[in-house]
Design a protein around this ligand. Structure first.
Ligand code: ME8
Length: 521
């Protein structure tokens, strides 16, 4: 629809040298939750994810596997694509940097940078760590058995290589002015200060081509060089909009992006190099780069050697899709580091989803089904307590969620939703509809109506986080498809009395540990 506001959000494109794990899944889910929230709130959303398939790391991973590089990237990229159905991601494009549309875009931006005079050919000499695909300063190295070793532990060799350079140093002042003018460009705020102080120091020109291997986008006009993987990778965000055609409808509609969501490991590329490339090419920088924190597993760094990485398949198997999504979003304030502990996941899922929200829905709908002829009852006059809960559900919660989502504070939004759930549970305990059944059946109907209406609003507001389960809640209430967006979180769309419902089934299962099962059985 022409009058919808556009909203464009991206994940990093993941390297295909590894299989997807919790970290990748986390970023993708966070973006999905935001994309769904905005869609439900009436925006025209574009949500992009994909894979980064060039560069030395990928080339080496393929060589190690003894497989043709293209066949290797096809296979690993598919592993990332498979997260989409598995985790119920709503991305509407999946980009691969080996696609022709992307090669065209990467070469397009390169040509713009050349035209602008920001790329020059020179010689690079320095200590190069093949493994890290990075140069190190002499002062960073240590001597180990006569060899120069980088802080990462990678061995370095003295390399003299012809290389193209991007005149990053020339963009220092403009970058600083840009940060000043856009204080929300990097979030959270601590990261903004980090970026500013990095750029305030010395900014050296950036080597942006390689001649030592050829798994990359060829530099236009000089086939000896392939582009440095980061200039290639960052461009994906505009490739997907039709770049180099800046008149393409998607480019015009969605650029500049609202959010590039990244882990803090790759903030510098997104918040320093990328806006410099874009400004040099005469394009607008994105509106915000949000750097989230780093997950450890049971207190340890996720690593191949420890074999402790959790895959998205593990998550689904252990907790289910929606509960995993909920836990990851609820456990850690977005932006902070977090630790994944199985015990925390079980406790959180059981207490919030099974005991609080799930029970509320199950208790209420079972009582309605049993005591109100299987129909949502017609309410009588609302008392103060009813009005309070209805107002909380229909009017007060959503504006607060919007404010939290505007700052990407998904965990806070979830706290607000749970606050409403708790209030509804307090209400049910105070009103005690099971007692009213005998004492005042008309009042019982009003109470159950108020609860059903609260559950309808909760179902709608949980759609971004737990899409399947929230849809089931709305199915149970027989809410039609065209009344499932945020415009329906309002008294005007309240559930009509007389709506027939089926016998409800529990939606959020409790996770029962094996030991508990054995103890019980
Ligand atoms: O860096 N905790 O790809 P990549 C939280 N191709 N997030 C994590 C994580 C962890 N332990 N581990 C990974 C690249 N991530 C480049 C990006 S973009 C133009 C190019 C997530 O496969 C997090 O989002 O190494 C991080 O930034 C990303 O995966 C790195 O993925």
């Amino acid at each position: 629809m022409a009058d919808k506001k556009p909203f464009y959000i991206t994940t990093p494109i993941y390297y295909v040298n590894d299989i997807p794990h919790l970290g990748h899944t986390y970023t993708s889910i966070a973006c999905d939750v935001m994309a769904r929230f905005k869609t439900l709130d009436g925006y025209d959303v574009k949500f992009l994810t994909g894979t980064d398939e060039h560069g030395l790391k990928v080339y080496q991973a393929a060589s190690k596997a003894g497989v043709d590089t293209q066949a290797f990237v096809d296979k690993v990229s598919q592993n990332f694509r498979d997260i989409q159905p598995l985790m119920n991601l709503s991305n509407d494009d999946f980009i691969r940097t080996t696609e022709p549309r992307h090669i065209k875009a990467a070469q397009g931006i390169w040509n713009k940078l050349v035209e602008a005079g920001d790329i020059y050919l020179d010689k690079y000499s320095g200590w190069y760590a093949m493994r890290d695909e990075a140069y190190y300063g002499e002062d960073e190295l240590t001597d180990v058995d006569g060899k120069k070793v980088a802080p990462s532990g990678a061995e370095c060799e003295w390399v003299e290589e012809e290389s193209y350079f991007f005149r990053l140093s020339a963009w220092r002042e403009k970058l600083l002015a840009f940060y000043e003018a856009h204080p929300d460009f990097v979030q959270p705020e601590g990261r903004y200060n980090e970026v500013k102080s990095f750029v305030s120091g010395e900014l050296r020109d950036l080597s942006i081509s390689r001649t030592t291997f050829d798994w990359g986008v060829p530099v236009p006009g000089n086939d000896k060089h392939v582009m440095y993987v980061w200039i290639d990778a960052l461009t994906n965000y505009i490739t997907a909009l039709g770049y180099p055609d800046t008149e393409a409808p998607d480019y015009k509609k969605f650029w500049p992006a609202d959010y590039h969501v990244v882990g803090k490991d790759i903030l510098r590329f997104h918040a320093v190099y990328w806006p410099a490339f874009l400004m040099a090419a005469g394009l607008e920088p994105p509106q915000c780069v949000f750097a989230h924190g780093w997950w450890t597993i049971e207190g340890q760094k996720m690593s191949k050697s420890l074999g402790n990485a959790i895959s998205p398949h593990d998550l689904v198997e252990r907790y289910g899709v929606d509960a995993s999504r909920y836990f990851l979003m609820r456990h850690v304030p977005f932006g902070n580091d977090g630790n994944f502990a199985h015990e925390d996941a079980v406790n959180r899922i059981n207490s919030d989803l099974a005991n609080s929200l799930g029970n509320l829905a199950q208790r209420t709908l079972s009582m309605i089904h049993k005591n109100c002829d299987g129909q949502i009852p017609h309410p009588g006059e609302f008392l103060e307590a009813d009005k309070n809960l209805l107002d909380h559900a229909q009017s007060r919660t959503l504006p607060g969620l919007r404010r939290q989502f505007d700052k990407f504070m998904i965990h806070r939004a979830l706290e607000d939703v749970m606050h409403l759930v708790n209030e509804a549970n307090t209400y049910i305990d105070h009103q005690a509809p099971w007692t009213l059944k005998k004492e005042d059946p008309e009042r019982m109907k009003t109470v159950l109506y108020v609860l059903a209406e609260t559950i309808r609003c909760l179902g709608l507001m949980m759609l971004p986080i737990t899409p399947d389960s929230a849809s089931k809640m709305l199915d149970q209430l027989k809410i039609p498809a065209d009344a499932r967006d945020f415009s329906a979180v309002s008294a005007d769309s309240a559930i009509p009395g007389g709506t027939p419902i089926d016998k409800p089934e529990g939606i959020f299962p409790r996770i029962v540990e094996e030991e508990q099962q054995q103890a019980a059985g």
